[in-house]
Ligand binder design. Structure first.
Ligand SMILES: [Zn+2]
Ligand SMILES: [Zn+2]
Length: 273
């Protein structure tokens, strides 16, 4: 079990995320086969594994996960009850439509969700939250399989090699300061060049600008003057001997997101690719 951060995240939020972490798919919900030579080539050319060798996901199990996430959301945030009920009522009930819904969620294709928001007048944030947190344990299971199939040291791109998501965090490795990016959805960690912005891929010299928090140089925020994106970064060399858990670091550094956005930078990890 991972360790919650010591930074200032409210207790009830930690309890909520702990409960979400406990929502995991049953054995057999996510089935994935290793990519063949042709798929491997596409992956090497930069197409995320999810698109070249997608897993098959049990439809009923996905909706069961979604309902568990919904229950947890209401339990920890009673104010969301009405929004959550609206979302649950608007979800497709017909098995064929349910299957199509899961397929569109898996392919990270947003139009079906946008349509649902419009048709049923849903809160886009609530729908997005529930769907993402039902998808997350599925992607985590898929990424665990995928780790054996593709070498994430070689990928070197700004998007996640497994699910195609944008990085929510970076880490500067202890030994030689190599940089790794971290995907907040499937929790894959992959190598990226030391200099440059993973969102717009610019290598402008001022793309390396960063600021730190007073009194805590374990964390840096790299900012990009080209796309105005920012990247929360953990400097492992300044983290002492403590073991770093990127899931909790991502949640525990929400104050860095707030800081960066207050400075006019944009959270590009949330944008569709
Ligand atoms: Zn990912
Ligand atoms: Zn940029």
């Amino acid at each position: 079990m991972s360790r919650p951060p010591e930074v200032f995240v409210p207790e009830d939020m930690i309890a909520f995320y702990k409960e979400l972490l406990g929502i995991t798919p049953d054995e057999g919900t996510v089935r994935a086969a290793p990519p063949g030579p042709e798929e491997k080539k596409q992956w090497e050319a930069g197409v995320p594994l999810l698109l070249v060798a997608p897993p098959s996901v049990d439809t009923a199990a996905f909706f069961a996960l979604l309902r568990r996430v919904a229950d947890a959301a209401v339990k920890h945030n009673p104010g969301l009850a009405q929004d959550v009920t609206q979302v649950l009522e608007a979800l497709p009930a017909d098995p064929v439509e349910q299957e199509m819904f899961v397929a569109s969620v898996l392919s990270r294709e947003g139009t079906r969700l946008e349509q649902l928001v419009r048709d049923a007048h849903l809160s886009p944030e609530t729908l997005g939250f529930l769907v993402n947190h039902a998808l997350k344990p599925i992607m985590r299971a898929y990424a665990q399989e995928a780790a054996g199939w593709c070498n994430t040291e070689e990928w070197q791109r700004g998007i996640c090699p497994v699910c195609g998501g944008r990085p929510s965090l970076a880490i500067l490795e202890k030994e030689v300061g190599r940089r790794y990016l971290y995907c907040g959805l499937c929790e894959t960690r992959w190598r990226y060049k030391r200099i440059g912005c993973p969102f717009c891929e610019t290598e402008a010299p001022d793309g390396q600008e960063f600021f730190t928090l007073e009194g805590n140089d374990k964390y840096r925020i790299y900012v990009c003057s080209t796309c105005r994106g920012y990247l929360k970064t953990i400097d492992e060399r300044r983290a002492g001997e403590e073991e770093i858990d990127l899931f909790w670091e991502d949640i525990g550094t929400v104050h860095l997101d707030i800081l960066a956005m207050r400075e006019g930078y944009v959270n590009r990890s949330l944008e569709p690719v």
